[in-house]
Write a protein that binds this ligand. Structure first.
Ligand code: DGY
Length: 328
């Protein structure tokens, strides 16, 4: 019997399918909340496989609490910075993540929605109208900025960066520049994209969008110097991981007018919105900032597909087949 512990119920049919598999004993943390640490340590005991969420810190303590039989961690997310990968490797525990077209598209659409929301000041305009402040057409009211012919700087030209670029290049005539650890000739060919150093990209781009994993090397990838390098009219979009941006410095840059606005789906001390106690509620008060609660991949299609990928990997693992999404 393979014991699988699922740290939280998620949408779609994957958990049900998993439960129906012969030889699997599946238990799910049923409360609709992030599993408390104490409960996690208790419930993983005896599990062969943990199906975790990005909100669960899966470290040596959890692996110890599970026991020596723990063989696999399937992370229901693309990012896996919540897992101590080195520790898993040391213990020969397999780790997989769940990238899929549906979540790629969802995050790309969300980032684009933020770009449009900022450029056309949609949230501000909606608040303004609801507050009954609209007194008649005014040629100078809520002036935004057009996108056509503008330059987007994509930091991380992987799947999501590609998907955003395709939509903006094909649909809106946006120019593409990018920065990545390696050159991507297909990306350059498909979108006439130009490779730039990070600093050059920040100087040139009207919109900077971040699509990098959270690693030591990407922690505070955007901080004081980078924000100062950006155009005063530029927007910063972060749908990757909160700590990629130095949030305190971002708040300062927004206050000083160093950049024009930001679209944030992730936060440095998630789920807290303002990390630094002195900056409390600052982001929430800013009209030129769009804040969403880490929902960039929250489409029905993406959530189900992520579950199916976890299922596929678990079945591959238990059938001694190659793991399609092996991280470790
Ligand atoms: C991911 O997959 O890493 C997203 O941040 C949440 O779906």
């Amino acid at each position: 019997m393979t014991k699988i512990f699922v740290t939280r119920q998620f949408p779609g049919t994957a958990i049900e399918k998993l439960s129906k598999q012969k030889g699997f004993e599946v238990s799910v943390y049923k409360k609709d909340q992030i599993i408390p640490r104490k409960e996690l340590l208790k419930r993983v005991k005896g599990a062969d496989i943990i199906l975790s969420l990005l909100t669960d810190r899966i470290d040596a303590q959890v692996m110890d609490a599970a026991g020596d039989q723990l063989k696999m961690i399937a992370n229901y997310a693309v990012g896996f910075d919540n897992i101590d990968i080195e520790e898993a490797k040391r213990r020969k525990i397999r780790v997989i993540n769940t990238p899929c077209d549906q979540s790629t598209e969802s995050v790309a659409e969300h980032a684009i929605a933020m770009i449009f929301g900022l450029a056309h000041r949609l949230i501000e305009a909606d608040n303004f109208t609801r507050a009954k402040k609209y007194k008649g057409w005014d040629p100078g009211l809520m002036l935004g900025s057009g996108l056509s012919g503008k330059t987007i700087g994509v930091i991380g030209a992987g799947r999501i960066g590609y998907s955003i670029s395709k939509r903006l290049y094909d649909g809106f005539g946006v120019k593409i520049i990018y920065n990545d650890i390696k050159r991507n000739t297909k990306y350059e060919k498909d979108f006439k994209a130009k490779l730039r150093t990070k600093t050059q990209l920040l100087k040139e781009a009207d919109i900077v969008t971040l699509h990098v994993p959270l690693l030591k090397a990407t922690h505070h990838l955007i901080s004081t110097k980078e924000l100062k390098a950006m155009k005063k009219t530029a927007f910063l979009i972060n749908t990757s991981r909160g700590p990629v941006v130095d949030e305190t410095e971002l708040i300062k840059a927004l206050k000083n007018g160093d950049i024009a606005g930001a679209g944030l789906d992730v936060y440095e001390c998630e789920p807290k919105i303002d990390c630094n106690p002195r900056d409390k509620f600052e982001l929430r008060k800013m009209p030129n900032v769009i804040l969403t609660p880490h929902t960039a991949s929250a489409t029905i299609e993406a959530r189900d597909a992520m579950g199916q990928i976890a299922l596929k990997n678990i079945l591959a693992f238990t059938n001694n087949k190659r793991l399609p999404n092996k991280i470790a």
